[in-house]
Design a protein around this ligand. Structure first.
Ligand code: ADP
Length: 297
């Protein structure tokens, strides 16, 4: 699978650009779309799942133009929107069966076996007779991904996948997506949470105010931050100054002061040393240096 986005623009009524001249290649595997709120992620997702038309530009899926082959491309798509919710009365099993019917699976024997297999895959087989709206947040998210996957889609689009999940469920959900990403599929994960991207994605793009700020591997982004993340041993007084001067990533109390991790090109005069950056550091560094905007993550 291969998605190619060419000169894509989306202008909402009132004239504001949600996507500005976007060019992006998305290959097989897990692709992370990262950016602060308002970056244009949901707009791009909606265009990709054919819920919205771009103002100009085009999207090619395996060289097929999305605008001209909507039906064919739709049949390859699985989508888990951010605000996914359930019909109140359906049991977990019934909900997935309903989703399978909507996806065009008419043969009831084949459908039953697909539904059961999918319930196993997402770890909900034991909960199949529970009302879908009574499941825990993490289980609902997994049922959401199950409905997106039921018809064996080639492109899976997941919007803000881990919002509201506890850390254990978050890891479980990411692992589930990782397992699926080894097939001949594209999984696009849209998120403002750096941790969703770091552990799982092969490639990523960083959007800001509708612009593509970075495209490459998470490792490439991390490399750009090398030498720009520092661990400083600071006194109480220094800590207050540092907090004013630099984006602070973390603070740990130590004897006589604080151990502070900051993103900075140099730490003029403070006692500290550069440390190996992670993706969260790299994101902050990138936002600081390239976009002149400090965004908390
Ligand atoms: P993200 O998903 O990254 O938070 P969005 O795609 O939701 O970003 O929004 C991108 C920009 O487009 C924002 O400035 C937002 O206010 C604007 N926007 C989103 N939807 C609409 C809409 N229906 N009408 C007008 N402006 C919109």
């Amino acid at each position: 699978m291969h998605i190619k986005i060419e000169n894509l623009n989306k202008v909402y009524r009132g004239g504001s650009y949600a996507i500005k001249n976007l060019n992006l290649d998305i290959p097989n595997g897990m692709f992370g779309l990262l950016g602060p709120n308002g970056a244009g992620k949901s707009t791009l997702m909606r265009i990709l799942v054919t819920l919205m038309k771009p103002s100009s530009g085009r999207v090619l899926v395996n060289d097929m133009d999305l605008a001209k082959n909507r039906r064919e491309i739709r049949s390859m798509l699985g989508y888990l929107p951010q605000d996914f919710s359930f019909f109140s009365k359906l049991k977990t099993y019934e909900f997935l069966d309903y989703a399978a019917r909507l996806a065009g699976m008419k043969n009831s024997t084949a459908r039953r076996s697909a539904v059961e297999q999918m319930l196993e895959e997402v770890g909900l087989f034991e909960a199949r007779d529970r009302n879908a709206n009574k499941l825990s947040g993490g289980m609902k998210r997994r049922l959401g991904i199950a409905q997106a996957l039921i018809n064996d889609p080639k492109i899976i689009i997941v919007d803000e996948p881990t919002t509201g999940l506890d850390p254990e469920e978050r890891i479980r959900f990411r692992n589930l997506l990782s397992t699926i990403s080894t097939r001949d599929v594209i999984i696009i994960l849209s998120t403002h949470i750096v941790g969703d991207i770091s552990s799982t994605c092969d490639n990523m793009a960083l959007l800001n105010a509708g612009n593509l700020a970075f495209a490459g591997s998470p490792q490439d982004l991390v490399k750009e931050a090398e030498g720009h993340v520092w661990q400083i041993q600071a006194t109480e007084k220094e800590y207050l100054e540092i907090n004013e001067k630099f984006p602070v990533i973390s603070t740990i109390p130590i004897d006589g002061g604080w151990e502070v991790q900051v993103v900075a090109n140099e730490i003029n005069g403070y006692y500290g040393e550069p440390i190996a950056p992670n993706l969260e550091h790299a994101y902050v560094h990138f936002m600081e240096n390239n976009l002149n905007q400090w965004t908390k993550v």
